[in-house]
Design a protein around this ligand. Sequence first.
Ligand SMILES: NC(=O)c1ccc[n+]([C@@H]2O[C@H](COP(=O)([O-])OP(=O)(O)OC[C@H]3O[C@@H](n4cnc5c(N)ncnc54)[C@H](O)[C@@H]3O)[C@@H](O)[C@H]2O)c1
Length: 265
Amino acid sequence: MVMALENKIAVVTGGASGIGRATAVRFAREGAHVVIGDVQDASETLRLVEEIGQKAVYKRTDTTSEADCDALVAAAVAEFGRVDVGVAAAGIATAAGMSNVETRAENGDATHVVNLATEAFRRVLDVNVLGVMMTDRALARQMLDQGDGGSIVNIASSAAKIPLAGAAPYCTSKAGVWMLTKVLGLELATTGVRVNAVGPGYTATPMIAGIEDNEAAYSSAMSITPMNRLGTADEQANAVLWLASAESSFVTGQMLHPAGGQFTD
Ligand SMILES: NC(=O)c1ccc[n+]([C@@H]2O[C@H](COP(=O)([O-])OP(=O)(O)OC[C@H]3O[C@@H](n4cnc5c(N)ncnc54)[C@H](O)[C@@H]3O)[C@@H](O)[C@H]2O)c1
């Protein structure tokens, strides 16, 4: 049986956890070797990939660093000689460790734009937009040098299209990823390098850990999720796999929404 990514080399940022990890494992089951870039240790992902019988490499990568993004792709080339697939899954929901709130929290909800600290907004854009752009650029340069195409998949969000009160930095950043995907897909359309996005709905990963125990947050999430459940990281990885593989060879500049029926048009 021919596997969808037999002997392909895949770079996955954010591969230490959640959707990135599930993608790395799904790819390995389809015959790929994977290179994981993440700020956190990825030994569990490496173990899962190696258990399948594929090779896995970890390169510590902060995607907000241009040098790190370039070094991640260089590490893949040093180890395997090329890159066929890239997945930009590294992302954050809020600026953890920073004060998100300026001094005007008396103006209602502290998470709303009128109360947000500029630096907290900037941090989310740095990771989610610039980080994805610098990852994509490093991947695309390598794929163009190779000259035989490639597939880049960005993990955006249904929040690229659905405004969520209290999540302005995140929604803005994901809309940015979505537009970046379209522009890059257009710019590279004749080169054989395809650029697409997966826009997950609410998905059970550490990013939204505990949501099921927070009644207000969970019922608000389910009120816009017709299937009335969280998705799984594996369900996201299945969509990433399709966009990464030759099965989607005439698709570029598109976003797929495994989002439980959320209205994203
Ligand atoms: N879980 C959801 O409900 C959901 C919904 C829509 C979109 N997404 C998107 O899916 C992607 C993956 O998120 P997840 O749900 O798997 O969350 P997660 O927190 O499990 O995984 C995110 C990974 O990104 C890494 N990361 C964060 N900042 C980084 C940086 N600067 N450099 C390198 N790595 C960095 C983290 O260390 C982590 O391993 C994100 O882009 C997220 O916005 C998630």
